[in-house]
Write a new protein. Sequence first.
Length: 187
Amino acid sequence: MKKKLSIASVTSLLVAAVITGLTLFVPWWGMKFYAPQYPEGLDIIVYPTTLAGDLDIVNALNHYIGMALFSNESFPELKYMPYIVLGFAILLLIVALIRKKSFLYGLISLFILGGIVGLLDMYRWLKKFGTELDPMAPIELEPFIPPIIGENIIANFTTISYFTYGGYMLLIVLLLMIYPLWKDRSK
């Protein structure tokens, strides 16, 4: 019979569960918009539960190019993300208590799959907002797709997309889940 995960590995998973829960309270992703009239920049900040930042100003400006409004209602994922995040934190706790490496492999696979689905969903929304422009808008632009990470220039605006605290915390969670595989590799 294989040995159970070590106490250090269990501790790593418990810490990962706590960090996962804490990500509900910090932003995961953001976009900053710079232009001559906004040298300090405008922000769209995405938490797993809500949008924040200069949404009213960005929406007013986006109206001129025919882009749909950014709002919590535009992203139904924000309604169920807290349940997914808390559910994953609970699964981490369960795997820590069960202490079986085979369950950890499954959980890591689920986490990576969730990350891929999340990135594809982000790309889908960025594509939708940038390519489904109202043809009757006052300013006509070629359709565009803002990057998930990086810089983009649209008219006189430079946008910078980036992951923030929550995104980095999720990376730490992944590392904390992988650590037991290394720590208990001979078991």
